[in-house]
Design a protein around this ligand. Sequence first.
Ligand SMILES: [Ca+2]
Ligand SMILES: [Ca+2]
Length: 147
Amino acid sequence: MSIQATVDFKPDVLNLRSKGKWVTVYIELPDGYDVSEINASSIRLNEKISAEPCPVEVGDYDRDGVKDLMVKFDREKVKSILKTGMQTITITGIVAGTPFHGSDEVLVIANLRQNFPLLFLQPSLFPQILKQLKIRKRAFLRLGEAY
Ligand SMILES: [Ca+2]
Ligand SMILES: [Ca+2]
């Protein structure tokens, strides 16, 4: 049996053209389980990619009173297994001998022209999409009219 973890993958919008060393995953576990007992080397992203050995950090990044474990994954490896669009990220691992799993969604984009329709899937991600693509709102609106 595998317990249900709460997983937050960051960024929420991933630009395939963006540079950066890592992506970040925060893991929270249900009552009775301690994230500090997670065996970091057991953590996999989509069953394929191992978490980096460091940094691994226990904290409460979202300040909800539930401890979370922060792990990093190699950004290039993660990009290599993702297509554009809404993609599900599944994290699995082992805490004190018990397997856990949890998922989050990420909007993967490559460039605006190709992915323009995708932007409407998740209006709440608009500001982050514009930021990722380094587009000012006014330019975006002009492009929308021309599309
Ligand atoms: Ca997320
Ligand atoms: Ca938390």
